[in-house]
Design a protein around this ligand. Structure first.
Ligand code: GAR
Length: 207
C-alpha cells in the first residue's frame, strides 16, 4: 500500500501511523504528507520520519477546487493509492473523492454518527455537554457527506464525572493512535469491502 497522509494540526495521529510503519505493524510506504497549514506541528513530524511534506495553503489558490487539484496532483505524483486524513479539515470535491474511490480514511474523535460534522475539540466538548457516559473515536471512509461514510473501526472510552474536554480528548486520542494504524493495515491486507454503504472487515487469514 502506498499511503498519503493529509494533516492540518499537531500531527499525533500522523506520528502514530509513521511509528507503526517504522515498527512493521503497518506494512505500507508513506511517500508523501500533504498539509494545508504552513505552521502545523505535523510538518516537524514529517521531518522526523523523513517523509517529504507538501504545504498546499488555501490562500495560494484562487478557489478551493484549485487547491484540491494541486493536492491531488501531489498525491498522484507520489503514486499514492490510499489516503489517511490524520486531523485534516476539508470537504472534498467529487473529483478528489473519485480519484481514491473508497480509499480515503478519516479519524474522527467521536462515536459516529454522534457528534459528527466538526473538528476537534468540538466533538469531545459536545459529548461532554450531552452527558454521554461513553465517548470514543471512529475510523470511516470519506464520502461527500461530512463524517457520514462507512464506519471501519471504532473504540469507546468511559467518560469520567470529573472529565474536562482536555482529559476526555486525551483518553480518546490514545485509542485513535491504536485503531487508525490497525484499520489501515486491514486495507493493506485487502480485508475491507463496502456493500450497500456498510464496510465489512473480513477475518484475518492465519498461516
Ligand atoms: C484528532 O483528535 C482527530 O481525531 C481530529 O483532529 C485531531 C487531530 O489531532 N479530527 C477531527 O476532528 C476530524 N473531524 P492530531 O493532529 O494530533 O492527530
Amino acid at each position: 500500500m502506498r499511503l498519503g497522509i493529509m494533516a492540518s494540526g499537531r500531527g499525533s495521529n500522523a506520528r502514530a501511523i509513521l511509528a507503526a510503519v517504522r515498527d512493521g505493524r503497518l506494512r505500507a510506504d508513506v511517500p508523501v504528507l500533504v498539509c494545508n497549514r504552513a505552521d502545523a506541528g505535523v510538518l516537524d513530524v514529517a521531518r522526523e520520519f523523513d517523509v517529504p511534506a507538501h504545504v498546499v495553503v488555501r490562500s495560494d489558490f484562487p478557489t478551493r477546487t484549485a487547491q484540491q487539484r494541486q493536492m491531488l496532483e501531489v498525491l498522484q505524483d507520489a503514486r499514492v493509492d490510499t489516503v489517511a486524513l490524520a486531523g485534516f479539515s476539508a470537504i472534498f470535491r467529487p473529483f478528489f473523492l473519485e480519484a481514491f474511490s473508497n480509499r480515503i480514511l478519516n479519524i474522527h474523535p467521536s462515536l459516529l454518527p454522534a457528534f459528527g460534522g466538526t473538528m476537534a475539540p468540538k466533538p469531545q466538548a459536545d459529548a461532554l455537554a450531552a452527558g454521554v457516559k461513553l465517548a470514543g473515536c471512529t475510523v470511516h471512509l470519506v464520502t461527500e457527506d461530512l463524517d457520514s461514510g462507512p464506519i471501519v473501526a471504532q473504540a469507546a472510552v468511559c467518560v469520567h464525572p470529573d472529565d474536562t474536554v482536555d482529559t476526555l480528548a486525551a483518553r480518546i486520542l490514545e485509542q485513535e493512535h491504536r485503531i487508525f494504524p490497525e484499520a489501515l493495515q486491514w486495507f493493506a491486507d485487502g480485508r475491507v469491502s463496502v456493500v450497500d454503504g456498510i464496510a465489512r472487515v473480513a477475518p484475518a487469514v492465519t498461516a
